[in-house]
Design a protein around this ligand. Structure first.
Ligand code: URA
Length: 194
């Protein structure tokens, strides 16, 4: 237990001092915070998004803007409490203008995600969007299953130590009712696994 708390604290300190990241200068310039992750340190379900948006970078909290509101309502509709899960991103600093994370940025931040997974030991990793789907499936031996998110969403894949369920990114459903109902259906899968 102490090991987990210490490990997570160390991750936080290292990310706070990550001046090698090309996104660090942006963080300082804009008085942003890195977004490390939030929720239960013994969560059965871990959500992995892409990167913080503006609201997240201003507060240091994952999914607290519009996509976050949608995530909250999806959790609610599946009967999952936000405080019982752990929510994080691959990239811990905001890419300028919310552009897609670059491969170099993913390479810098992903080892922190790997350590969070190792410490929290979730039963299920729900990836939000294609970047986290691609990273997690490639990293954890599921690369042969990779396909487009429109094919893989809502399916359950077994990695060595946890299941992976790729989900659409909630931001994609903000103006798309069809996607929103798909996401709602897919969220129900999570509760059967936790
Ligand atoms: N989008 C993400 O991928 N992550 C967040 O934390 C917020 C929006």
């Amino acid at each position: 237990m102490a090991e987990r708390e210490e490990g997570l604290k160390k991750i936080k300190e290292e990310v706070l001092n990550l001046s090698v990241s090309p996104l660090y200068a942006e963080r300082v310039k804009n008085k942003y915070f890195p977004v490390i992750g939030e929720g239960s340190h013994s969560a059965a379900i871990m959500f992995v998004g892409e990167a913080p948006g503006e609201n997240e970078a201003k507060t240091g909290r994952p999914f607290c803007g519009r996509a976050g509101k949608l995530l909250d309502s999806l959790l609610d509709s599946a009967g999952i409490k936000r405080e019982d899960v752990y929510i994080t991103n691959i990239v811990k600093d905001r890419p300028p203008k919310n552009r897609d994370p670059l491969p170099d940025e993913i390479a810098i931040y992903a080892p922190f995600l790997d350590r969070q997974i190792e410490l929290i030991k979730p039963k299920v990793i729900a990836t939000l969007g294609r970047f986290s789907m691609q990273y997690v499936m490639n990293r954890y031996g599921l690369e042969f299953e990779l396909d487009s998110i429109s094919k893989l969403h809502g399916q359950i894949f077994s990695a060595d130590k946890f299941k992976v369920v790729p989900l659409y990114h909630p931001a994609a459903a903000i103006y798309n009712q069809q996607l929103l109902s798909t996401l709602k259906e897919d969220f129900k899968v999570l509760i059967t696994l936790s």
